[in-house]
Design a protein. Structure first.
Length: 586
């Protein structure tokens, strides 16, 4: 585990790097999200725009589906703590280079990309890559210039990151992203076009025989059981029809209760696979292959029968945000919108919610005269939305400069807060299942549906959970605490039902490191540490509230209610002050 303890600290301003041995850090915070947030707190005074921290965990490159990298940064979207997770090959590449974490400080004197390998960091001129309109092109050039094929990972930003769009993403391996909360904009502030990670180090385990047995058991369960079947067959788009049928799929900024049957069917995972699926891909050390690529013909043929084809990764969140949320229901049109967002390097969920707000604000007459060459878009107008995405990324007008700051900023300047679907200034995920989901977004460190799975509580309809604010708050806190363990190891949340606490302890022993006896209590400690950091950065519980629109639109689960929400937030704040033994006693 010694390579995990090494932290590479890169200073873009000084064009220098150092390597520190930090076994204490990984002992106290495990790895992944625990370590990345701790390093952010430690180094946040060293850069005006804040450091970027990437971290992996003790399961990285050892066990299947432990394949994500965690990034921590100061979010330009929320003005507070930002955290984003990405799959692909970056986690394995960083660890094979010999590091458990990478800290990027300062600002480059001109656009550069970093090469991180076993020797440290090298600074490469990226001025010729800056300003390219498709973020895939710089990646291809970096790939041609740097060796390490098969062991290498390439992270990069597009024009949205360069222009500091507050919800710009960082793309890795073409089809995976650090999507939420604006990491791409922080890259842009640092004049950091990308990072190439490569290495070829090995990892020793303390009990090879037991490790091999456990690995094979994990692999078999992931490939032969029904737990992962939906992720492999259809991916997360399998959620479209079930959520639509229960009335939980957000449509047209929650101005409509649902799509029609044919509209929902067009966006379904089943129909997407039948019409467009061309390949399935997997992250490194993952046997599931949940990444689904659609083959999309983009242009009229340049010669008879010769079409330009783009391969577009589609997930549930993208189909929601750039489909049902803005009333676009023809699958090919949704793929065109996804492809445009991918080219520029923008978070799809934030972009979709912003397009939806602009559509409704335009219909209500809230937008400034001259904001558009033509009229504001109406629901479902694909061409108008493509034009809007272009303008958000490139147009210099005050309106689009505000749009680059996010939906909360638009509503603050132009009105329309009642229908701005934001949680802690982060745009809404695609689960309108009930108060469990929406309170989960507020309570979560990242305001994400992945933080504590509140949407799952709504679907279970457990009356005891919703019987009081204290019960709901405690249930959300427990789940968030366990997920802090998974994201510190770092394990994909799709595997959360496989990686039980008892199995995690056994896997740890076979690999050669120890974890606390009570994982839930350790997860709570990590959760509290992040909340403390958020408070240092200006987070206030009093600022949290549900968007008015989610309380006005019917949900299939317990209906969102402002008064109950306020009491649950108070209960959560009070419960988080208890000792773990008191909090988690049966």
């Amino acid at each position: 585990m010694k390579t995990l303890h090494r932290v590479l600290i890169v200073d873009m301003s000084a064009q220098s790097f150092i390597v520190e041995e930090r076994p204490d850090l990984f002992s106290d915070f495990i790895g992944g999200s625990g370590v990345s947030s701790a390093l952010l707190r430690e180094y946040r005074g060293r850069s005006p725009e804040g450091p970027i921290v990437f971290a992996v965990g003790p399961f990285t490159a050892l066990y299947p589906m432990a394949s994500k990298t965690v990034a921590s940064f100061l979010s330009p979207l929320t003005g507070n703590y930002g955290e984003s997770h990405a799959g692909g090959r970056s986690a394995v590449s960083l660890r094979m280079a010999g590091y458990g974490a990478l800290v990027v400080l300062g600002q480059a004197p001109f656009p550069q990309y970093l090469v991180v390998d076993e020797e440290g960091a090298r600074f490469k001129d990226a001025r010729s890559l800056w300003g390219m309109k498709n973020c895939s092109t710089p990646a291809r050039i970096m790939r041609e210039q740097e060796g390490g094929a098969g062991l290498r990972s390439i992270l990069r930003i597009g024009p949205a990151g360069e222009k500091k769009v507050s919800y710009a993403s960082v793309t890795t391996e073409t089809y995976r992203h650090f999507g939420r909360m604006g990491l791409g904009a922080v890259f842009g502030m640092k004049k950091l076009k990308g990072i190439v990670l490569k290495g070829n180090r090995g990892i020793r385990v303390s009990d090879p025989a037991r490790y091999k047995t456990l690995y094979q058991e994990l692999y078999k369960e992931m490939t032969e059981s029904d737990i992962m079947k939906k992720y492999h067959d259809l991916g997360t788009p399998a959620n479209i029809l079930p959520l639509h049928e229960m009335g939980a799929l957000p449509v047209c900024n929650l101005t409509r209760k649902s799509l029609t049957g044919p509209e929902a069917d067009s966006l379904s995972g089943e129909k997407m696979a039948a019409r467009f699926l061309s390949r399935r891909l997997a992250c490194a050390h993952c046997p599931v292959a949940c990444i689904h690529l659609a083959a999309l013909r983009l242009e009229a043929p340049s010669e008879p029968y010769f079409y330009q084809t783009s391969y577009v990764s589609y997930d549930y969140e993208l189909l929601y945000a750039l489909g049902s949320m803005i009333g676009v229901t023809e699958a090919r049109d949704v793929l065109r919108l996804i492809d445009r967002v991918e080219q520029y390097g923008m978070d799809a969920m934030s972009t979709g919610v912003i397009l939806a707000w602009i559509t409704e604000a335009g219909a209500k007459g809230l937008l400034p005269p001259g904001a558009f060459v033509k009229n504001p878009p109406s629901w479902g107008q694909t061409e108008a939305y493509l034009d809007l995405i272009d303008k958000i990324c490139f147009a210099p007008s005050p309106f689009f400069e505000t749009a680059r700051k996010g939906c909360a900023a638009l509503a603050e300047v132009y009105g329309g807060k009642d229908f701005a679907l934001v949680f802690g200034k982060n745009e809404m995920p695609g689960y309108h299942t009930g108060i469990g989901a929406h309170l989960g977004f507020l309570l979560g460190i990242r305001h994400s549906h992945l933080d504590n799975a509140g949407y799952a509580l709504d679907q279970k309809m457990d009356k005891e959970v919703f019987s009081s604010p204290d019960h709901l708050a405690l249930t959300l806190i427990k789940e968030e605490s366990f997920r802090h363990i998974l994201s510190s190891l770092v394990v994909c949340f799709f595997a959360r039902n496989i990686y039980s606490p008892s199995l995690i302890s056994e896997l740890s022993r076979a690999a050669g490191f120890s974890l606390p006896e009570s994982l839930l209590e350790k997860g709570l400690e990590l959760y509290r540490a992040k909340l403390s950091l958020k408070e240092e950065l200006g987070f206030r519980w009093e600022d949290l509230s549900l968007p008015r629109r989610v309380c006005e639109t019917q949900t299939p689960g317990p209906q969102p209610d402002q008064a109950f929400a306020r009491e649950t937030l108070r209960a959560a704040r009070r419960l988080l002050q208890d000792t773990p033994a008191t909090l988690f006693e049966e």
